[in-house]
Design a protein around this ligand. Structure first.
Ligand code: GCW
Length: 757
């Protein structure tokens, strides 16, 4: 990636630079010999400069901390020799005309990508050549306009693209075309992915368009550079250096997002600071937007609902007060003057202490629609979060969002979306799908997934989250009978939703490898791929990521794919098996603390969620308990509410189950619980061995880093198993079944101090 942000020895850099400059001169001399006349000399000069621009970062980048993870899945290292020959037979030059920032990014990506992957230079050509790759739009490229593909491109939209092998005159070429420059950029990354993953490119006929309109990463970044629930360093936005000199890493970030189809980025924490909306910060935000624009990434902000009071001294933020509504309209005007393609607002209101319309006895819809009205003239959207739960004694938090928001179905403005977490509580390792997905057919619903691993071992545990998200997307809501999956609600096909989207809470930060754990990059990648196409199989996503990021060795790819696919269930096994949830240590949420009962709010305490007693374990959400299972449609509800048909993976979520209840295995629930914990630990141990066996297939730096993390994961899995079983045993009063190891410490020791990360 960008040379400027690499750490390296300056002497090494100047050696490389000299080499690159020499190479550039050589190329210029050679080209001059083949082209004559004054005009061609210009072409030669431009060509030489283009070569330098392309090669300098490539060469310098290749020397520095080669395997520090910075290059993510966009490594472009040379392919195996025999494959290079195959691809070189199809690709000998790149033709991208036009000077916009996006077209320049496309040109650089194609040249860098092909040159890197083929291990020899692929030139930029100004004119048609045989075996050229041509990319752009009918507007930017005469060659593409001449193909008369307007109708197909129209259908694919400005972000969709087609990639075709075709002939223009006597030349066989590959064309990457879109109606919009962003689409051509996505097509470029798609084309390079095909090569990176060793797919054939001889007779290409690919047409793709994103299934969801808004594919957004939510950053919980604070003004002081910290990140709420961030485990990979500090915020990437260096506010003090803005607007003057944006960090070159911002460009690399936007490029990475574009490579997986992300088109929006909320820059600040939903626990918002009003200052993000003052004119000083808006200028800083505009400078980030400027960098992101080339890569089709729009910026969004999280406004604090009380901003009119905090910034301009209004005495209320009541959405029905005309002064307040006018304040938001003016603020929107100010923002769009600075950032014409600003995306909109993401709002956390009346949740966990944030102000909101209910502070003024207004409803969520009143608040959302006021902001929507301010943004509408600029084509902006408001994304309202459904993560609201009141402080009410004796209620079930899992039912709160539904109670608060479902009654407003059909009432939100057309440029408003409701952002709903995947499950009804809070990003637990496993939750059932959120009942709102089946219950608001007249509202633009947008799921929120958490890429950062707040409750899933931070950036220490290897867990591939595509599995978890697939489970949610594939869940049957039964809203319109069988086949009414969450994915079909989300992509708008079930209810004819006009505005669709998906949000992921970022796991990136200033760490050199972006995400802390090298495998956590896969979750960022997977989120983007699923936002592009919510039907993609996790196995396919894992395979792509491994081949692009780690290795193309078939055996290693198979082994790592298996390991990634099994990782999710295994983490659930050693943390929260059988539907347990929210039993993490208070505050930081790392490690177990099922005994925790000291938070002032009952629903922040693990004891509230597991309800262990002499009789059994689990939260009764059926008619004999909170009955929030009734928020699901009959098809789902009946299955979940019945102890005999409820999937065991969610048993303790919906039922208070006797310790001696017979599970499908024939074992009593207590034994099954203990064996699941053990199974999770066994998986981590087996994975460590397998990872050792992969030593030759992956560079030693990344291999070692992952091995170190796996050691921590094993320590933690053992800790989880022991702490939870010792604690639950005080209720079950049963011995550990055969096959479960004796705990390493006493319960008192586990209670005394939390796990360290
Ligand atoms: O998961 C919880 C987190 C909070 C977070 C909140 C939310 C941003 O513990 O840190 O706040 O959810 O999603 O709003």
């Amino acid at each position: 990636m960008s040379a400027a942000s690499s750490k390296r020895d300056p002497r090494e850099k100047s050696d490389k630079l000299q080499f690159v400059v020499a190479l550039g001169r050589h190329v210029l001399r050679k080209r001059r010999r083949t082209l004559a006349g004054p005009r061609q000399t210009d072409v030669c000069r431009t060509f030489g400069i283009a070569c330098l621009a392309v090669f300098i970062p490539l060469f310098i980048g290749a020397t520095a901390n080669a395997e520090d993870g910075y290059r993510l899945w966009l490594r472009y290292d040379p392919l195996p020799r025999r494959m290079i020959d195959v691809y070189r037979a199809r690709v000998t030059s790149v033709v991208v005309t036009g000077g916009s920032a996006t077209l320049s990014a496309i040109r650089a990506e194609l040249v860098n990508g092909c040159t890197g992957l083929f291990g020899s230079s692929i030139p930029v050509a100004a004119v048609l050549r045989d075996r050229a790759v041509i990319a752009g739009t009918p507007k930017s490229s005469r060659l593409i306009a001449g193909l008369r593909w307007e109708r197909q491109l129209e259908e694919l939209g400005p972000e969709g693209f087609c990639i075709r092998s075709t002939r223009i005159g006597n030349s066989s070429v590959i064309v990457i075309a879109s109606r919009g420059e962003a689409g051509a950029l996505y097509g470029t990354f798609h084309f390079l992915r095909l090569i990176q993953t060793l797919q054939p490119i001889d007779t290409l006929d690919v047409s793709e368009k994103p299934r969801l309109a808004l594919r957004i990463i939510d950053h919980w970044d604070n003004l002081d550079g910290t990140i709420e629930r961030g485990y990979a360093g500090r915020s990437l936005w260096n506010w003090s250096a803005l607007p003057g000199s944006p960090d070159p890493r911002l460009r690399d970030y936007a490029r990475a997002e574009a490579s997986i189809g992300i088109n929006g980025c909320v820059l600040n924490n939903v626990n918002a600071d009003s200052r993000f909306l003052n004119s000083e910060y808006l200028r800083k935000v505009a400078s980030i937007a400027e960098v992101f624009r080339a890569y089709g990434v729009r910026v969004y902000l999280s406004p604090r609902f009380s901003a009119p009071m905090d910034l301009d001294g209004l005495n209320t933020a009541d959405p029905f007060d005309p002064r307040v509504a006018s304040w938001w309209r003016k603020k929107a005007d100010e923002i769009y003057k600075l950032i014409p393609d600003f995306g909109g607002f993401l709002v956390k209101a009346n949740s966990e202490g944030q102000p909101g319309p209910r502070t003024y006895n207004r409803t969520h819809v009143d608040g959302a629609n006021m902001m929507a009205a301010a943004l509408a003239p600029h084509n902006g959207v408001v994304i309202w979060r459904a993560f609201v739960y009141d402080m009410k004694p004796g209620y079930d938090r899992a039912g709160a969002a539904y109670e608060n928001l479902q009654p407003f179905d059909g009432k939100f403005a057309s440029n408003a979306l409701l952002q709903v977490k995947n499950g009804p509580v809070d990003f637990q390792p496993r939750e059932p799908f959120h009942p709102l997905f089946g219950a608001m057919p007249k509202t633009n619903l947008m799921p929120e997934f958490q890429i950062t691993q707040e409750y899933l071992g931070f950036s220490n545990h290897l867990v591939f989250l595509a599995q978890m998200w697939r489970e949610v997307l594939d869940s049957e809501t039964y809203a319109k009978g069988p086949g009414s999956t969450v994915a079909r609600v989300v992509d708008g096909s079930l209810n004819g939703e006009r505005l669709t989207g998906m949000a992921g809470v970022a796991n990136t930060g200033s760490d050199r490898n972006w995400t802390g754990h090298d495998f956590a990059q896969a979750n960022w990648y997977a989120f983007g791929r699923l936002a592009w196409n919510p039907d993609l199989a996790s196995e396919r996503i894992a395979g792509e990521w491994i081949r692009m990021t780690l290795t193309n060795d078939t055996k290693a790819v198979a082994a790592i794919t298996r390991l990634m696919l099994d990782s999710y269930q295994s983490l659930v096994d050693y943390m929260t098996p059988l539907g347990l949830h929210h039993i993490m240590w208070g505050g930081h949420h790392y490690g177990p603390a099922p005994w925790w009962d000291t938070e002032q709010r009952a629903d922040w305490n693990p004891t509230y969620y597991h309800r262990a007693d002499e009789i059994g374990l689990g939260f009764d959400r059926t008619r004999t308990g909170s009955n929030t299972v009734s928020q699901y449609h009959a098809g789902a509800r009946d299955r979940l509410a019945n102890l005999a048909t409820c999937p065991e993976s969610l048993l303790l979520w919906f039922h208070h189950v006797r310790w001696d209840y017979r599970m499908h295995s024939g074992r009593p629930m207590w034994d099954e619980l203990a064996l699941r914990y053990q199974r999770g630990v066994d998986w981590v141990r087996a994975t460590r061995k397998q990872w050792q066996a992969l030593a030759g297939a992956i560079d030693s730096e990344r291999h070692q880093r992952v091995a170190n993390k796996l050691a921590v994961q094993e320590r933690d899995a053992v800790w989880w198993r022991d702490a939870c079983l010792l604690y639950f045993q005080t209720f079950s009063k049963q011995p550990l079944p055969a096959g479960v190891e004796r705990p390493e410490r006493t319960l008192a020791e586990y209670k005394a101090k939390s796990l360290e990360w």
